[in-house]
Design a protein around this ligand. Structure first.
Ligand code: B12
Ligand code: SF4
Length: 632
């Protein structure tokens, strides 16, 4: 806990990032969770700034305390007692609350409100609902009825006012900052969490947002409606400040949480500063970023990513059926660019993760399975992660269904993109759910795990650092029945920490099941890890492994559009190729100007930049000292 000031009552500013409930109603909590929350880092840092500035005057110091429920047990009664001991002066801020975290957030708030504590909830659920709906949904109204204050929008410019109101005991029911998106260029207290927080997560990784907003318009996306479509970004000085604050406390791996760092208008200046920190000042720092599928067309982006120490990149691939992409208004995703983009990342030895959404209108269990086979064969991708298409509050999809009165599951806990929460035109809920579960098995077969490792090895990627990531993404669902981004090390479960309304289980039943579960998981984890290790050793021992080539690793050529299933599998794919060729002024059947690739770029087996992506000399990645982290 951060303390400033001296004796007398102190204002207790307690910040909690909630988790969500598993299918049995227990809090999803770990001895070590995936990574520190940037939402918590952002609000914690602002709170600390307020304390240091003595926002409440010299006589009322502020104590700031923060906890992340994904790795720390939250005990509302103890928090209430702490506030009571300080004359009732305090505020509990429940932070970064996503829709799937809203039910636990309210369960945390309930006993606090009963004890008279002031509580405020902020984050994407409330912000998304305020941004898109004409009326507040029932769950938010119920929270308000408990006396919980709602904070919609970003805290950078409005948090002080809320703290002052709380200190005066006059917290308003709602703070609506949705209309004004603050400038985040040089925030005095940029996101930061002390090293103790980082230690409760896996690896030596922390997170920060270098920017917010995205120019695209995907209909399932909440971000554009909450953070806007205009790019707002931190200055290179501010990014350096964040990096140095962490580096000085021994944290040197970073997840940059921008949903699309490639569209951060200042990406190059930020990269240049990071490159300076690495190349001139000698800081050993590494990054994981998120980008779109056209990022490789931004001059210098991929090469500078490598120089800036990016080792892993998340890509919003979403689907390979152009009809689905158009239905989701994801027009910027062109299947004709996928291979080129992935080969570019391979060229610089950066590990790729792609998000893949299941349940677009044209999906059926059969098409999903077929699409996955194409991806495995033709796309040089490392990790693929699956999501169920979900009308997340804050998205256009949600708004449309809401306004049409179409059924959506009222239980927000299920809005974790792993549950089916609305109807699909071609699949029953059971088929959809099964297609999601089966997708993990279809992609991560033993054979394909070996192919991924072989492709990586031949591309100069450090397969020892790929191994834990591959393990993580291929094993989370079979082991834990949870998405890899929600997994952690050693599940912690408390019998009493169960969703409100569900009964307290008998100790025998609860602990018996818990113990059996732990034993089962240990066996599966050990088996899967050993198996992957065998694959890695086999590849390392193969003298020919560096020369490995397959269809996915072959450079993009003009013939691709004639034989690759990615481009020929259905009418929508063929039309997308035709369209791309037309845009480039070429005809698909080879008439007109020759030497054109499927994506309409000059091609004779070489990329337009003159490099043959797959056969260019690959500089091996030198990150042999990578920490074991599923993210960075
Ligand atoms: C990084 C990230 C993660 C990380 C870490 C989480 C974190 N919060 O740092 C990880 C990988 C763990 C993760 C996981 C998931 N995520 Co996520 N994640 C993000 C991402 C890309 C960035 C979060 C962030 O740093 N934002 C920047 C911060 C500063 O913004 P913010 O959280 O809104 O906080 C600001 C304001 O809301 C406000 N505020 C917030 N809380 C409070 C509290 C108070 C008191 C006050 C005054 C103000 C305030 O002030 C903050 C500073 O300005 C967002 C998208 C996005 N752009 O935000 C998705 C996002 C939050 N995730 C989302 C989802 C769905 C998930 C998963 C369910 C997906 C999955 N299956 O993996 C899981 C669930 C995790 C869980 N429940 O355990 C959705 C949530 C949508 C919704 N309506 O619920 C988002 C919006 C992306 C999307 N697809 O639309 N995620
Ligand atoms: S590219 Fe990503 S962040 Fe941008 S609108 Fe689409 S889903 Fe949202």
């Amino acid at each position: 806990m951060a303390k400033t000031g001296t004796s007398g009552p102190r204002f207790q500013l307690i910040l909690i990032k909630p988790s969500h409930y598993d299918n049995d109603g227990y809090v999803v909590q770990w001895l070590r969770s995936t990574m520190p929350s940037n939402s918590l880092a952002a609000v914690y840092s602002l709170a600390l700034g307020a304390a240091e500035r003595k926002l409440l005057g010299p006589d009322l110091p502020i104590d700031v305390m923060a906890m992340d429920e994904t790795n720390t047990r939250v005990r509302p009664r103890e928090l209430a007692r702490r506030i009571a001991e300080n004359g009732g002066l305090g505020l509990v801020g429940i932070v970064g609350v996503q829709s799937n975290e809203f039910p636990p957030a309210v369960d945390i708030a309930r006993p606090l409100r009963a004890a008279g504590v002031q509580v405020m909830i902020g984050g994407f659920h409330v912000s998304g609902c305020l941004a898109m709906l004409k009326e507040l949904p029932e769950d938010i109204k119920e929270a308000q009825a408990l006396g919980v204050s709602i904070y919609a929008g970003e805290a950078e410019e409005g948090f002080d006012e809320a703290i002052l109101d709380a200190a005066g005991g006059k917290l308003r029911p709602i703070y609506d900052h949705m209309k004004h998106l603050p400038d985040i260029g040089d925030v005095a207290s940029p996101p930061f969490l002390p090293v103790d927080f980082v230690r409760r997560t896996i690896g030596n990784v922390t997170s920060f947002d270098a920017g917010r907003g995205c120019p695209f318009q995907c209909s399932f996306c909440t971000i554009i409606n909450v953070q806007g479509r205009k790019s707002r970004y931190r200055s290179p000085d501010s990014v350096e400040q964040i990096i140095r604050m962490n580096y000085n406390q021994g944290v040197n791996r970073f997840f940059i949480t921008d949903d699309n760092f490639a569209r951060n208008k200042d990406w190059e200046a930020i990269y240049d500063r990071i490159i300076k920190l690495r190349e001139e000042d000698g800081l050993d720092i590494r990054f994981c970023i998120q980008v779109d599928t056209l990022c490789h067309r931004i001059p210098n982006f991929i090469d500078k990513s490598r120089r800036a120490g990016v080792t892993r990149v998340f890509i919003g691939l979403e689907n390979i059926n152009p009809a689905n992409l158009i239905a989701a208004k994801k027009r910027q995703n062109k299947i004709t660019e996928y291979r080129k983009m992935l080969l570019e990342w391979k060229r610089v030895g950066i590990i790729t993760y792609a998000g893949y959404i299941l349940g677009f209108p044209n999906d059926t269990p059969e098409t999903i399975r077929h699409d996955l086979e194409i991806i495995k064969k033709e796309l040089p991708l490392d990790m693929l992660e699956f999501f169920i298409l979900t009308p997340l509050p804050g998205s256009e999809d949600h708004k449309v269904l809401w306004e049409k009165g179409v059924w959506m599951d009222p239980d927000m806990n299920k809005y974790d993109v792993e549950h089916v929460v609305t109807a699909h035109p071609k699949m029953s809920a059971a088929e959809w759910k099964e297609a999601y579960r089966a997708a993990w098995d279809h992609y991560y077969t033993d054979d394909h795990l070996e192919t991924i490792v072989r492709r990586a090895y031949a591309s100069g990627i450090n397969i020892r650092s790929l191994m834990p990531v591959l393990f993580w993404f291929s094993s989370a669902v079979p082991v834990e029945n949870l998405h890899p981004l929600q997994w952690g090390i050693f599940r912690v479960k408390y019998r009493h920490d169960r969703r409100s309304g569900l009964p307290l289980e008998s100790p025998l039943l609860f602990y018996g099941r818990y113990a059996a579960d732990i034993a089962r998981k240990l066996v599966v984890v050990a088996r899967r890890w050993r198996h992957l290790k065998r694959i890695v050793r086999k590849v390392e021992a193969d003298p020919q492994a560096k020369l490995y080539r397959d269809e996915a690793l072959t450079p993009v050529t003009e013939e691709d559009s004639e034989h690759m299933e990615l481009y020929t599998q259905n009418e929508a794919a063929r039309s997308a190729v035709e369209r791309e060729l037309r845009v480039a002024g070429k005809s698909a059947n080879g008439h007109g100007h020759k030497a054109e690739t499927a994506s309409g770029r000059a091609g004779n087996g070489h990329e337009a930049n003159g490099r043959d992506a797959a056969h260019a000399p690959l500089e091996p990645h030198s990150d042999h000292s990578e920490p074991i982290s599923p993210i960075v």
